[in-house]
Ligand binder design. Sequence first.
Ligand code: SAH
Length: 373
Amino acid sequence: MTTPLETRIRAEIAATGPMRLDRYMDVCLGDPEHGYYAAGAPIGAAGDFTTAPEISQIFGELVGLWLVQCWIDQGAPDPFVLVELGPGRGVLMADALRAARVVPAFLAAARVRLVDASAPLRAEQERRLLGSPGLSEPPAWRARLDEIEELPLFLIANEFFDALPIRQWRRRSGVWLEQYIGAEDGRLTFHSVPSSGAEEPPHAAPDGGVLEISEPSRAVAAQIGARIARSCGAALIVDYGYSDADRTNAGWLETFQAVRRHQPVDPLQTPGDADLTAHVAFDDLARAAGPSVAAYGPIGQGVFLSRIGAPERAAALARAAPDRAEDLASGLRRLIDPDAMGALFRAMALLPRDRSTPAGFEHIEAASKPHQP
Ligand code: SAH
């Protein structure tokens, strides 16, 4: 089956030559008509993938309380923007806002701003979030972070950065080859192009190593860092990903992947119909955020959630609703077990320098990361 996007991609390749991987991802995910996120309902049991807030309400509740604590620690600025990048079906923010009702001043000071590229998901977020009690203004949607007013910034991004396009290089016999997509024999194929000069990544990698860099992710992280440094705030980034040390220890592995109906698929088949992602390079984001913010982590999602009270919250909910006890326990296990999401997913926090360590990151030193492209 040829998707409408495949026809367009082939026409572009025929006209201008092989397409760089980041452009391919951008077209497949973001095309306003036929792109993956334009089409519909990727999240949940009936979709292509399931996320932490969809598994258990505890995730969004604790993220909400974590943000409230950071806000109090920084003098409870009023007003401030409460931002979510890529809110999906709006479940995380709904749970966070409900939990935050224990601190009414937080909700009264919050200007909720949601950034999402998907029209159908935005519509679902509106249904779930407009009318949230306790806010002094209704939530508002913005196309990009830089369209949000400059106020103290308290931000959550869960499984957002993995959706942003990457460039990918492979080290072969001392040369970096960059990944492009070409067309051959009537189908899309991977196509390597030797890099030269400014296009060459300045990394010493082992032969066979793969390097992935997400330029849009760096740009978003830089904006988050600049705003937090200027106006205060905190950002919590949760995703599957790796640190520099993981890459060195585990090998320089490729993480670009396509998923459809909870199964891995060929990323060049059915463009626009599969979710394309890459693991998040946490240290790269921390460096892009700049030297004026402190980065904590990444640490395992399981460790983070356990430290900020997920087991206690699950137990309290189960006491209040004994018929849900089993569901709550199994949801908690999926979030924190190292064999489920607990170790693959990581959490990283960005805060102004010289602030107290945010909850959950105790005993984790804020990394001061020298700039390294
Ligand atoms: N955070 C949600 C959804 C994760 S799926 C959850 O945890 O359930 C990724 C989300 O990011 C979707 O809502 C998708 O529409 C959005 N997204 C993907 N690429 C984006 C982009 N370039 N700009 C803004 N939003 C984007």
